[in-house]
Design a protein around this ligand. Sequence first.
Ligand code: FES
Ligand SMILES: [Fe+2]
Length: 423
Amino acid sequence: MTETDLLNLTYSNITDARQDMSRLLQERSRHLSLPRSLYNDPLLFRVDMEEVFMKEWLFVGMTCEVPAAGNYITVDIGQNPVLIVRDRDGEVRAFHNVCRHRGSRVCTGAKGKVANITCPYHQWTYDLKGNLIFAGSDMGDDFDKSQFSLKPAHCKTAGGFIYVSLAEGEPPAIDDYLATLATYMEPYDMENAKVAAEVTLEENANWKLVIENNRECYHCSGSHPELLRTLLEWDDTNDPRATPEFLALCESQSAKWDAEGIPHKHAEFGLRNRLVRMPLKEGTAVMTMDGKPACKLNMGRIQNQELGSLRILHLPNSWNHMQSDHAIVFQVIPVSAQKTLVTTKWLVHKDAVEGQDYDVEKLRYVWDQTNKQDRTLAEQNQRGINSLAYQPGPYSKTYEFGVINFLDWYSDAVLKNLPGTAQ
Ligand code: FES
Ligand SMILES: [Fe+2]
């Protein structure tokens, strides 16, 4: 435990922490930020990990990152190393990246390609469906390999996105969202996309502060000059602040999108998922400094470069902007009560050639700046919350309804999973 963790440790054991978390969430005011301990206490963070990140569906990567049989990526979800690999039938599968011999992490890199999955410790070898196929000759005649397959994790894909759940039983229902996601992503043909750039920022802030910051644009005018060259601050056509000019722009753009068969209408699945295509500022095509496309090739079957941005929200750990020439996906992975990893990937058509069809610096500039600005905001938010002076403050119902929605989702997700909530 770090020194900061010790300073913020309110609970002496996890049972007390779980009970108190349940009480804090049931008693919280929906229109106030959370009590301090929910943002910085290490044991309450452990409850977040156990009840949200070990049970809900998490965005872990894109199918084009595992384009062929044997391609894999890895991600650590809390203490749990996870391996995502494409098998020889083309299916993307997820496993606990933990050897069934003595528990070593099996695939040690962030990504790679293998014929089979071999543990570096004693070379136990698994096929791409996780079956143990080699354990040497030293395990004895009665050793039954079929009992030692890699443990699977729930894994589903749609529209190029890969979601994993570490739930031991049945994970939350997600198929309705995935069917809609596949429809909205069809124009992008994400199997034929590639990651052109990727960055992971380590942020000294609780994961909920990272998501809260993303769920409102109240802070945009004060912090994001690059983003606001193209982004319109309204969240949706039903945004209470929407002006008649904005609504007229939405209407004229959506008529063009309809003509091209580009899905754009608002769709939501509880508070967890939301999809909507929103126009960017008139005269701009994508989120670059000059608003012009960053890549000469459009994605998939797209013709019209002024597609605005298809915004896709997946709680608890992802938001995304799909544009005409490139897509930007974001993944949030908590590390500790006050440390969070935020990974951003920029994707383009797989045939686009760097330096010829796109310039990486131009492609990533706006969101690189925006991410750094957001990191500073989340970290300063955390530092203030750690102070004795902090007390939960009011969210604006007009500007911060997205934050309220996020915390309602979070609170419900934790409370439904917390056993003994009524104690
Ligand atoms: S721990 Fe993997 S082969 Fe021994
Ligand atoms: Fe921001």
